[in-house]
Design a protein around this ligand. Structure first.
Ligand SMILES: *Cc1c(COP(=O)(O)O)cnc(C)c1O
Length: 222
C-alpha cells in the first residue's frame, strides 16, 4: 500500500505544473491533512462550514494553507463561509452571488469565486444552466466585491469517458465565450473541474484546478 505521501507525489507528477491540486479533505482527519501538507499540499477544500471551522483552529500553525469551499452554500451560512474561505467554488445562483457580494463589502473582503454550471441537466445538482448563466452575467458583473475567477462544474453521474470529455470541453468553451464578451468584473481564467474518477479527462479539456478527495485520502464514510 503506498502511503498518503506517496500517492500525493504520484498524482502531482501526473498533473501539468499549471494545474492546481486542491485536496478535498471533507471527513479527513487533521492528522491526515498534516501528512498531506508535508507532501506539499497547500490547497484544502471542505464542503461543510462547521467541520472546516474546527479544522482551521486545529491547523492554525500551518499559516500558508488556502481554504476552498466546495459544498452547497445556504445563504444563512454565507457570512461564515466568507470568514473561513478565500475561495468559494460552488456559487450556484444569482441570489447567492449577490448576497456574498453584499456581505463581502461589509466584511471588507474580496472572495475568489467560481460560478457553478450544469452543462447537462441534472436534477441532483445545483448550478446555473448555460442559458441562465448567460442571462445573469450583466448582473454578476455588478458584484464588484467578488473576484469572479471562472467556472466550476460537476458532471452528472454515469457518463462514459467520451461524454465526460464532452462536458468538460463544453465548460471550457463556455468560459471562452464569456471571456470574449469582455466583462469588466468577470474573469474566466479558472476552470475548477475534475474529481478522483475523471480528473485526467478534465485536465485534457483544460482544467486549471482539480478537486481530489478519495484518490488521495481513501474512501470517505458512507
Ligand atoms: C467530495 C467532492 C469532491 C471530491 O470527490 P472525490 O471523488 O473524492 O475526488 C470534489 N468536488 C466536490 C464538489 C465534492 O463535493
Amino acid at each position: 500500500m503506498p502511503t498518503l505521501f506517496d500517492r500525493i507525489i504520484a498524482i502531482r507528477s501526473q498533473l501539468p505544473a499549471s494545474v492546481r491540486l486542491v485536496a478535498v479533505s471533507k471527513f479527513v482527519s487533521t492528522d491526515a491533512m498534516r501528512s498531506a501538507y508535508e507532501a506539499g499540499i497547500r490547497d484544502f477544500a471542505e464542503s461543510r462550514i462547521q467541520e472546516a471551522a474546527n479544522k482551521q483552529v486545529e491547523l492554525q500553525d500551518l499559516p500558508d494553507i488556502t481554504w476552498h469551499f466546495i459544498g452547497h452554500l445556504q445563504s444563512n451560512k454565507a457570512k461564515k463561509a466568507l470568514e473561513l474561505f478565500p475561495w468559494i467554488h460552488s456559487v450556484d445562483n444569482l441570489k447567492l452571488a449577490q448576497r456574498l457580494d453584499q456581505l463581502a463589502q461589509s466584511l471588507e473582503t474580496r472572495p475568489n469565486i467560481c460560478l457553478q454550471v450544469k452543462i447537462e441537466s441534472d436534477p441532483n445538482k445545483s448550478g446555473w444552466t448555460v442559458p441562465e448563466l448567460l442571462a445573469d452575467l450583466a448582473v454578476l458583473n455588478q458584484c464588484k466585491n467578488l473576484q469572479i475567477q471562472g467556472l466550476m462544474t460537476i458532471p452528472p453521474l454515469g457518463l462514459n469517458n467520451l461524454e465526460l470529455l464532452n462536458v468538460f470541453n463544453r465548460t471550457r468553451e463556455l468560459a471562452e465565450q464569456i471571456q470574449e464578451q469582455n466583462w469588466s468584473n468577470i474573469g474566466m481564467q479558472q476552470l475548477s473541474m475534475g474529481m478522483s474518477g475523471d480528473f485526467q479527462i478534465a485536465v485534457q479539456a483544460g482544467a486549471t484546478m482539480v478537486r481530489l478527495g478519495t484518490i488521495l485520502f481513501g474512501d470517505r464514510p458512507a
